[in-house]
Design a binder for this molecule. Sequence first.
Ligand code: ADP
Ligand code: MG
Length: 424
Amino acid sequence: MIVVQKFGGTSVGSIERIRNVAKWMLDTQKKGHKVVGVVSAMSGETNRLVDLATQLNPQPWSREYDMLLASGEQVSVALVTLAINSMAGAYQDATTQFVPRARGFLGHQLGILTDSVYSKARIKGIDVRALTDELDRGVIPIVAGFQGVDVENNITTLGRGGSDTSAVALAAALMQAGARDVDCEIYTDVDGVYTTDPRLCSKARKLSRITYDEMMELASLGAKVLQIRSVELAAKYKVPLHVRSSFDPVPGTRVCSEDSMLEQVVVSGVAADMNDAKITITNLSDKPGLAFDIFEPLAAAAIVVDVIVQSSATDRDGSLNLSFTVPKLDVPRAIEVVERRLRARFPEMRISSETDLAKVSIVGVGMRHHPGVAAKMFGVLAEAGANIRLISTSEIKITVLVDAEKAKIAVERLHSAFDLDKTQ
Ligand code: ADP
Ligand code: MG
């Protein structure tokens, strides 16, 4: 079996932890598996780099910003590789060449090809030949997560949490190249996926299984335990995912397809996200193509729009309001993009933004067959005194926007109301 093992920032956060990671990979190899390591920057490092850049330039997003951020993973790759080689010693192969037990690879050295959208690049393809060559001669390739390279050889990064996506993309590419038995293990500082963020709610419970669809919703709604793109890729290529602890070898959470679930619960998780802001545009008039004119340039600017609400045109003056959420970081650019496209046509248009908001969501595949879930959610929020600012639903999730200060109580109350609390 090929096991892709991804270790997050905390898991490689110190010399001691790096030794544990090295030992864990060697032990996995000893069990007869081929191991591919993927590592993130040591915890705190990416934030440190972001801080350095923003001190010099408040809007640093650029080619060199990605070049800077990608350096954190280079350190981890080198250290983990050094640790393995020191622990295991190198061996001689048939041609009595020196063969290291592990070799480190940066994104460009493995041809992890991405598009050129800096800071949120998407992987387009990986040529796994170099990787399989290493695996075939018993070497553990240690790959830098979070980074790739575009066609012009510029270093790109995949967005926060991007190492998860690097790991899944490598697993998927190996499967595409014909590898039969591939498992992708995501090692982190919690021992699995919980019903809600265990750091926010002490009653959170570990799930033994969750479907790709549910995990995708949870990830997109703020459960940063897995980057959303990694779950999308895993679902698309049916990559078996196992989220588990790098501190404790207990089984974690399997992310799998719906048909391998034993039971369907109505709600399997609650998520909160404080990273979105709401942009409201007022004094628009109702014309065909208006929404296109707003959202097309936003998409072209690679700004992810989530909840969208449009008020219906009123009879009296026919004016129309539209609200949507975008990541807080993207607010200035989003406003600029909309201004540029619409100001000439709507001189009266007003744009405002609010940032003290939280997106709170419930997710579960069982919602499909259970009426009344939304009503129950709204009732719980009313009782918690949380005013609902926007609502958005899909087949398996309901999201509301509430004031940030209400997020914690909203999550706790929903968690209890939908029977997710730990049974003591
Ligand atoms: P890593 O550095 O290993 O990638 P992350 O910080 O990105 O780790 O992700 C792990 C964190 O995700 C946990 O520490 C936890 O606070 C947070 N988290 C949010 N929602 C959940 C959830 N539903 N289940 C587990 N962890 C969650
Ligand atoms: Mg992460």
